[in-house]
Design a protein around this ligand. Structure first.
Ligand SMILES: [Zn+2]
Length: 418
């Protein structure tokens, strides 16, 4: 770095070039970027087992010339329910010129369906070679985009503002890496760009908040043949409650008085035999909305449906079932201000590469939820990932290349201004 900085000082026009356009913005080596993403896709690393991926990233950064002391990891995994192999990795560089610090980030973990995935280039796409696995482009494509931008800057000695690169862990299991991130490793970024799923033209400036619930239904066991009337069926309680949520419009897409959210009863477990009135059923459900009050309302409706159903099902001696409900907020919703500088910069970078930027609000949680909640307003951009978390997952290579071009502009502060 020191050497490359000296080199740059011979080109004063480039030093203050942020957005002034005296010098052509740097273009990444897209062939190298594709090679990099294929290597990253081939590495295993579901949530909590990102060790190999993080090691790969660290080695590449060092090879490209990152000073060892600019690399920082944290112990975020020590605070998560999963434990896990490693924490987040950050690379913090002083700027070759002044300016607000910028952050580029992506998560390194993939969902379990990606286990054993082998990437295969087919025309304009990368697809999984095996039809039984997903691909893991969510979010190795993002990890590659951010890593490639860092490597280009390091290798070519490109001028840049103060910069932080960040690779997080355990995003897919509850945004834990971002949630427990050691903020001091980042050095107070003012503009933050998170590279995750979808189209590179999609600038996500907000995301929904999510609430998870565990509902335990306690009935009364009894012989289903000789004394069914003495039992209270937890299955019946669950059915009544879920049917009511469905009928009253509180399940699935929830739209009431112009407010919107979603809910889902996703897991239902209980019962062991047909000759026993089922005494116990366990349910896991979730509710989401950008509007915290409305999300609360959905949660309340779910709770009421189960409590009322438990009271309604009684056995011959009059006793009813019981429910216990435990819930927790996974992440709070956020929406960035309309004039957030990171959003404007991202839009400019998208236009610069010939794209048509589109602001979007996500219905899924993102690392950006936690970064923003912790004082770093973060914009998210896609990298060409399609159909994540399914065996139809694929990566659009033209979109991935665009994301690489956008990222390098954002990292070097060379997107057009205004
Ligand atoms: Zn993702």
């Amino acid at each position: 770095m020191a050497e490359s900085r000296k080199k740059k000082s011979l080109r004063p026009s480039a030093l203050g070039a942020a957005g002034l356009g005296e010098e052509k913005p740097p273009e990444p080596d897209l062939r190298q970027a594709q090679k990099l993403v294929l290597e990253l896709l081939a590495l295993p690393g579901r949530s909590g087992r990102e060790g190999q991926v993080v090691r790969f990233i660290r080695e590449r950064l060092l090879e490209a010339g990152a000073p060892r002391d600019a690399l920082r990891d944290d112990q975020s995994h020590r605070h998560t329910p999963l434990g896990g192999e490693v924490g987040n990795l950050a690379l913090k560089l002083a700027g070759t010129h002044r300016g607000p610090r910028r952050l580029l980030m992506a998560h390194t973990d993939t969902v379990p369906l990606c286990e054993g995935a082998r990437p295969l280039v087919r025309g304009n796409y990368v697809v999984p070679a095996d039809k039984a696995t997903a691909l893991g482009a969510d979010d190795r494509a993002g990890a590659a985009v951010v890593l490639h931008a860092a490597m280009e800057i390091l290798r070519r000695g490109l001028p840049h503002p103060p910069l932080t690169f960040l690779w997080t862990v355990q995003e897919e299991v509850g945004l834990y890496g971002a949630r427990f991130l050691h903020l001091a490793n980042l050095g107070r970024p003012r503009l933050a760009f998170n590279f995750d799923g979808g189209s590179p033209e999609k600038i996500t400036v907000g995301a929904t908040g999510g609430y998870r619930m565990e509902i335990r239904i306690q009935g009364v066991a009894s012989h289903a043949g000789s004394a069914p009337e003495k039992g209270v069926s937890a299955v019946v309680i669950a059915s009544l409650a879920i049917a009511r949520l469905h009928e009253e419009g509180w399940h699935g897409l929830v739209e009431k008085d112009g407010r919107q959210g979603t809910s889902n009863v996703g897991v239902i477990r209980g019962g062991e035999a047909t000759n026993v009135v089922t005494p116990y059923v366990e349910i896991r459900a979730e509710a989401r909305s950008h509007d915290p009050q409305f999300r609360q309302k959905i949660v309340r409706s779910i709770e009421n449906a189960f409590r009322d159903a438990a009271r309604a099902v009684r056995c011959s001696d009059g006793s009813a079932g019981r429910v216990e409900i435990e819930g927790r907020l996974d992440y709070e919703a956020f929406r960035l201000a309309g004039d957030e500088p990171g959003a404007a910069a991202a839009e400019a970078a998208v236009r610069d590469v010939g794209g048509e930027p589109m602001r979007a609000i996500s219905n899924g949680g993102l690392d950006a939820n936690w970064l923003t909640a912790r004082g770093i307003p973060t914009v998210s951009l896609g990298c060409g990932q399609q159909n994540p978390h399914t065996t139809a997952e694929r990566l659009s290579l033209p979109d991935f290349r665009q994301a690489c071009r956008i990222a390098l502009r954002l990292a070097t502060g060379t997107e057009s201004s205004g």
